[in-house]
Design a protein around this ligand. Structure first.
Ligand code: LMR
Length: 392
């Protein structure tokens, strides 16, 4: 029976990692998968994580099972940062559970929505390719709308129309901040308009917050999520620590449920626990425990916040440098200055993307998405020149 299975293509984004490492050129540039890089091109373990891991090594007495909900100290420790220091559980209406990375959290959120009767999810495209893949795998219909205009602004008309045409029982998937792949986020004023529209239509919001702190700031990046939650009765939130704690391969995430009241909340979560038990039984502990130790310790928390500030500042500097470069051939780099997070999309054809890779050693996703953290003072001029050469 197994020989009946057709060959599947390798995940295009993950395949780029291998292609880039196999390239012997010294001046190659990796703008592929979304990992932060320092000005020297490294992706180091956070100092706060190293310190927490040391503490974990010295103090952890058992690796016995926890349960499908994972480390609840970790889950609760994040809540003031996500939902606000003032009443983070919204009167006992929000509770969460640990998940294997942001992907595990999104998958569980979609599975939970489906179990609750959601058959269709409205989502702006382009989006993180794995979003559509997860929906397809769980046999939930994707109703798409255009996320952004070619001039780099949000396509609010398309979003308004998608919400207006939604059916009862639909959910809507929104990126909380640092839109992946476009970097084009809703402004606070746009969230102020979107949140009441979602509430009036009775849609179930699924909010994916995978880059908190990498856009405008920890608090600022939660504006839209908090605005939506302030107006709707229920919501699902998928959270990732893989970027803002640099935990990528350790898979550190959480899913939160906001329910109409505390009694319903426990019932919903029991479904989350059952789904997790059937999928992965319980999440990997190490990364979540390290994050918990940081959040329990004011000194380590300050250290983490400082490291996150450094990351954000560097990414803003790269964005400013790109915007200042202005034009690279036919590509207008100015809008990148006002975009947020690790990613932006350049309007390049597949031939141009291939030429950049083969002739210039520049690796980016097939969508034209670049990870701006791959640019440094040492390679940004080459990047702009090569972009001009290929697109000019
Ligand atoms: C990305 O979009 O590059 C990251 O979210 C990594 C991933 O899992 O795709």
């Amino acid at each position: 029976m197994l020989s009946n299975l057709p060959q599947q293509p390798a995940d295009a984004l993950l395949a780029l990692i291998k292609l880039h490492s196999a390239d012997p050129r010294a001046d190659k540039i990796d703008l592929g998968v979304g990992v932060y890089r320092t000005g020297q091109g490294a992706t180091p373990v956070f100092g706060a994580i190293k310190a927490a891991e040391q503490k974990l090594l010295e103090t952890q007495e058992s690796k016995s099972y926890l349960g499908p909900e994972g480390d609840m100290g970790f889950v609760h420790g994040l809540m003031p940062f996500i939902f606000g220091k003032d009443d983070p559980s919204k009167g006992g209406r929000i509770e969460g559970m640990q998940a294997p990375g942001g992907t595990g959290a999104v998958r569980l959120a979609v599975a939970l929505a489906k179990k609750a009767g959601v058959a269709r999810i409205i989502m702006g495209l382009p989006s993180w390719p794995n979003h559509a893949q997860i929906l397809g795998d769980l046999a939930v219909e994707l109703k798409s709308f255009n996320h952004a205009n070619t001039d780099g602004t949000v396509d609010m008309d398309a979003l308004r129309a998608a919400i207006a045409q939604a059916q009862p029982g639909d959910a809507i998937m929104l990126h909380g901040c640092c839109h992946n792949p476009t970097g084009i986020d809703y402004s606070n004023e746009q969230w102020d308009e979107i949140a009441p529209l979602i509430a009036a239509k009775g849609l179930l919001p699924i909010l994916d917050l995978a880059y908190q702190g990498l856009g405008k700031g920890l608090e600022e990046d939660a504006y839209g999520l908090r605005k939506v939650l302030s107006l709707v009765p229920e919501a699902l939130i998928a959270y990732s620590c893989d970027k803002n704690f640099g935990m990528y391969r350790d898979r550190v995430g959480a899913i939160y449920v906001m329910a109409e009241d505390a009694a319903v909340l426990n019932r919903v979560l029991s479904n989350g626990h059952a789904l997790a038990r059937a999928a992965w039984s319980m999440p990997p502990d190490h990364g979540g425990a390290a994050v918990r130790l940081i959040l329990e310790d004011p000194e380590l928390t300050a250290m983490w916040l400082d490291e996150l500030d450094t990351m954000r500042t560097r990414m803003r500097q790269v964005r400013s440098a790109l915007a200042e470069a202005g034009q690279a051939g036919s590509i207008d780099l100015k809008p990148l200055g006002g975009q947020h997070g690790l990613f932006s999309v350049l309007p390049l054809s597949s031939e141009q993307i291939l030429k950049l890779r083969e002739d210039h050693g520049i690796y980016m996703a097939g969508s034209g998405r670049i990870n701006i953290a791959g640019l440094t003072a040492g390679n940004i001029d080459k990047f702009v020149a090569d972009l001009a050469a290929v697109s000019g």
